[in-house]
Design a protein. Sequence first.
Length: 293
Amino acid sequence: MAGDTRQRTTRLSGRLSGKPAVDLSGFREVQRLAYECAEEVAAQLRPGVTEREAARMQRAWLRERGVRDWLHLPFAWFGDRTAFTNFRIPLQFFPTDRKLEPGMPFILDMAPVLNGCAADIGYSGSLGLNPVQDRLMADLQAHRMLILEQVRERRSLREIYENVEQLMNRQGYANRHRAYPFGVIAHKIDRIKERCWSPTAFGFGTQSLKGLAGDMLHGHREGWSPLWSPYHFSDHPPQPGLWAVEPHLGFRGTGAKFEEILVVTDSLDPEESAFWLDDDLPHVRRWAEERAA
């Protein structure tokens, strides 16, 4: 499947949103780099490591490989914070001194920018065995399939959001992306103009904030939003472009999610109208291994 993805990446590079050709291979490269970072940092986690230390580990690893800008700085959530338990204000999303313990679930989330291309990924794991999170991760596969299928059908983002939430309810889980600002399950991403010095504000890259503000203004004029939410401003078909999608399940203080780039085009061919940028990612490989077992 990875080979098919690379072919699509080249063939559809100029058919996203009426803009000049977009080199999807750059986005694929930075997304893979982010997941490689997540896997390597996860392998180094030990009892007693704090969320702040795990976030710094991600940041240092990526900076060593050329990352100088971010959509947002790395996050890490441990224990019941993986399910955003009692989260009420945005400051609660930032890393804390919560320490990792044996059997505890964790989520690593990072959004690096490299050579003007951005990614935003989420990686779920646990320090040792955690059957609850394993079940959550297995059940996320159905959400990845549902989202792609309904984007190809050109249903409204709001309707797809509601259908994803209904699937979570049938599975017996809570929708934890409801806790994100505006309740988003996804947001649009684009190329970012890099600078030698790239400041951040409230944990977000200033260049990415400018880009989001521009998208929101442009979208408002044309009747679409760069935020995929349960609200009326997302009541429109998927806008061509790149979307960082992150369905997030919660169950009794344990959370799990994936986050990756979904490509939406203006093609009339269903298979080319939408596709995941890369099928060679940790959670996809995990599901393939489970099917083969």
